[in-house]
Ligand binder design. Structure first.
Ligand SMILES: Cc1ncc(COP(=O)(O)O)c(C=O)c1O
Length: 471
């Protein structure tokens, strides 16, 4: 009897080789891929989508033909893995992380409860403990790897909310305009009304004003509300700015607020000396979101929450079920007790394997390179008279605008620059709105982005800015 879902040894090797060959060819050619879909017609995209929106066949197809279609689909995309990706928050996806994933998926171990795979859970726990150490959590701290920063922020909000008891509609949460949208979403998903969100003003430096925070908390208390959580950013998505963590920690300590730091973007700069200086105070947080799929270059689907008191995370998430009664306690925690997931993949391997394969120093060097590149890009752009750079980069994001006599013109010209640069398809940039103004960002974080590509981006921005201001 032959079971088609169970390829034999030879078949597995043949199939795997086909996939590996394609993936290696793809990664090896990343530098030449078009940076984005700019200039590709909507019709071409629609046609592609129509071809791919087909139900599966009843009978088998050839793997080569299947992968042809996957490649066609994959190529019509923003090149998020390559050196040209300087938009949003890049990551890149380490090839070694993909290999780790392949192994993890092929062995398909269950790591929701430690008793089913105590060794692998310990391996993943070593990653979590390392993350906790990076941000200065005490020995009894810990956490869990999630699919990304949004879920990590959600688990943090739920853990903080737990302190309010079963009814919490009077709870209030403090963040700034610059906080990532996932924080507000997390508060909403955690069952709090949107009016629970308090937007603390920032100074011109886009950092939370701690005095305003203290005043808002006091006002809310007087009004009978229950302030319980403040969320600071260690690297905002817009500009990479870091909130004044020590001052926010002081207010949180005085007022008994849970202090959460969203370091999804900036967290791993803690591996560098400059990052540690910028993120000073993070060690006082009750919880920190870190995204290995951003500043640790892991493949997508790798976020983390670390907390000072693992008991608080457990109190918010642990439940029991009779069907789990055979699984005893272990030295290492049950991840299912620390977040919403029960069945979960072995996420830790895609962080653990590259860390062991390359060593921590390789990551520190890569992050130092990004800090240097951001400074280099900033200085080159600053020297261009047609551009306005209101903030020196705190980490590795450079924000800029085109100079003009009035704001509407500046917004329009800056948008024009973005379109011209992206139309070249050598680099891909994105924009945002800061203080109500259209702002271009150069986000230098992908491990494959080096000085040559950053200089290309800077050249393209300067050329476009001169072109749009010359007319
Ligand atoms: C500061 C910050 N927090 C949270 C998130 C959300 O993370 P994810 O996209 O991994 O869910 C992001 C994403 O860019 C971010 O920049």
């Amino acid at each position: 009897m032959r079971y088609p879902l169970e390829p034999d040894h030879e078949d597995m090797q043949r199939l795997a080789q086909v996939v590996v060959d394609r993936a290696v060819a793809f990664v090896a050619s990343l530098a030449d891929h078009p940076a984005s879909l700019a200039g590709v017609s909507e019709e071409a995209v629609l046609n592609l989508q129509r071809r791919l929106l087909q139900p599966p066949p009843e009978q088998p197809e050839d793997l080569g033909g299947i992968l042809d279609r996957v490649e066609e689909a994959s190529q019509a995309a923003v090149e998020t893995a390559g050196p040209s990706y300087l938009a949003y928050i890049p990551g890149g996806g380490l090839f070694a992380g993909a290999l780790a994933d392949f192994y993890a998926r092929a062995t398909n171990r269950y790591v929701g409860m430690a008793a089913t795979a105590p060794g692998l859970v310990a391996l993943e726990w070593s990653v979590v403990r390392w993350l906790a150490d990076i941000v200065g959590m005490p020995a009894q701290g810990g956490g869990v790897l999630f699919s990304g920063g949004s879920i990590a922020n959600f688990a943090a909000v739920v853990a903080a909310r737990e302190r309010l008891g079963e009814t919490f509609a009077d709870g209030t949460v403090y963040l700034t305009e610059e906080a990532h949208q996932s924080v507000g979403k997390a508060v909403h998903l955690a069952g709090l009304p949107m009016e629970a969100l308090r937007v603390v003003p920032c100074g011109r430096d886009l950092r939370m004003d701690p005095d305003a925070l203290a005043e808002m908390v006091a006002r809310d208390r007087r009004a009978g509300r229950r302030p319980f959580l403040v969320v600071a950013a260690a690297g905002t998505t817009n500009t990479g700015v870091v909130d004044p963590l020590p001052a926010v920690a002081d207010v949180a300590a005085r007022e008994g607020l849970w202090f959460h730091v969203d370091a999804a973007y900036g967290g791993f700069f803690m591996l560098t000396e400059r990052g540690r200086a910028a993120l000073q105070g993070i060690e006082r947080a009750d919880s920190v979101t870190l995204d290995p799929h951003k500043s640790l270059f892991a493949p997508y689907g790798t976020g983390a929450l670390v907390v000072r008191d693992l008991g608080a995370l457990r109190a918010a998430h642990a439940v029991s079920g009779h069907y789990l009664q055979d699984l005893g306690e272990q030295e290492v925690p049950d991840f299912a007790d620390l977040g919403p997931e029960l069945t979960r993949e072995l996420r830790g391997l895609r962080v653990w394997l590259p860390l062991h394969l390359y060593g921590v120093a390789a990551f520190r060097d890569a992050l130092n390179e990004k800090l240097d590149l951001a400074r280099h890009a900033y200085e080159r752009l600053l020297a261009e008279p047609s551009l306005d750079l209101p903030w020196a980069p705190s980490l590795s994001i450079v924000a800029l605008r085109v100079r003009a006599n009035d704001q509407d013109t500046a917004d329009a010209l800056t948008r024009d620059v973005l379109e011209r640069v992206n139309a070249g398809r050598r680099v891909f940039l994105s924009s945002t709105v800061v203080e109500g103004r259209f702002t271009l960002r150069l986000a230098i974080l992908a491990h494959r982005s080096h000085q040559d590509r950053v200089d290309e981006a800077v050249d393209a921005i300067i050329a476009a800015a001169r072109a749009v201001t010359a007319v």
